[in-house]
Design a protein around this ligand. Structure first.
Ligand SMILES: C[S@@+](CC[C@H](N)C(=O)[O-])C[C@H]1O[C@@H](n2cnc3c(N)ncnc32)[C@H](O)[C@@H]1O
Length: 248
């Protein structure tokens, strides 16, 4: 039986991997490395650095991740078609492994948070792909964010709402007091009613390029936008995450 390890590699800092994740990486016969499509070159480079840093010697199988067909207007259908295309590719790559071999997919952050690798592997199994699956968690961008600011994620006894920029642009979640926002290419924080909101914003958190800004949203959002735009222009890509906290 073939085995697939889905290993969380943290958010761009090799120190974010767990000892179990490193051991799995070092035991893998083959590591699948996405090189094109939505993957930016810097992210593929981080995966290679991690492999080198921990002295793993797997076969590297590079593959071009299919891109989403933006002409499909329905969001759910667009994502589903894209996942189906990736599943077909994974099925082919897994079938090309030797019987009894172990392959690894290195997933940004933790595989359980805003990542579809596990959902796509379910599709591969439904297509008839046969393999044993093991998941090795990694540090999430949320953990890296709260650690960078040395703050707790929640306020005492209260829940946390985790969402995307796309959904936040419809308004601050009703009744929430701590809201984590990921995948916000549209800078949804800038259009919110900023009254009584405090923001902890981080770009490239945990990486050499890390930028941290915090303060009342009304007073800091222009500085965040300026820093975000400048960083994107300088590096060619930006990943940011933030926590919005109600102050009353
Ligand atoms: C597709 S999700 C992947 C999340 C990942 N599985 C995790 O556990 O953090 C990508 C989003 O994670 C956040 N993110 C990941 N790495 C980050 C980093 N180093 N700095 C800031 N945000 C990051 C950003 O909000 C980005 O849009």
């Amino acid at each position: 039986m073939r085995t697939i390890f889905v290993i969380g590699i943290g958010t761009g800092n090799p120190g974010h991997m767990t000892a179990d994740g490193i051991a799995a990486l070092c035991n893998a016969d083959v590591v699948f490395v996405p090189t094109k499509g939505e993957e930016k070159a810097r992210l593929a480079a981080v995966r290679r650095q991690i492999i080198a840093r921990y002295g793993a010697k797997p076969r590297l199988v590079e593959f071009a991740l299919p891109v989403r067909d933006e002409t499909v207007t329905d969001y759910a259908e667009r994502v589903s078609d894209w996942h189906e295309a990736i599943a077909g590719q994974y099925r082919h790559m897994i079938a090309a492994m030797g019987e009894g071999e172990t392959g690894a997919l290195l997933v940004w952050g933790d595989p359980g948070l805003y990542d579809s690798t596990l959902r796509i592997l379910e599709r591969v199994a439904a297509m008839g792909g046969r393999f044993t699956l093991r998941v090795l968690p990694g540090i999430t961008a949320i953990q890296a964010l709260t650690a960078a600011f040395a703050i707790p994620l929640n306020t005492v006894g209260n829940p946390v709402h985790i969402t995307t920029g796309r959904l936040l642009s419809r308004g601050f979640p009703e009744g929430a007091d701590s809201v984590v926002v990921m995948l916000d290419g549209r800078k949804a924080y800038a259009a919110l009613d900023a009254k009584d909101l405090y923001i902890y914003w981080a770009a490239y958190v945990g990486m050499d390029e890390e930028i941290l800004i915090e303060g009342p949203l009304a007073e800091t959002r222009d500085a965040i936008t300026a820093a975000r735009d400048a960083a994107r222009a300088r590096h060619g890509w930006v990943m940011d995450i933030y926590l919005l906290r109600k102050t009353v």
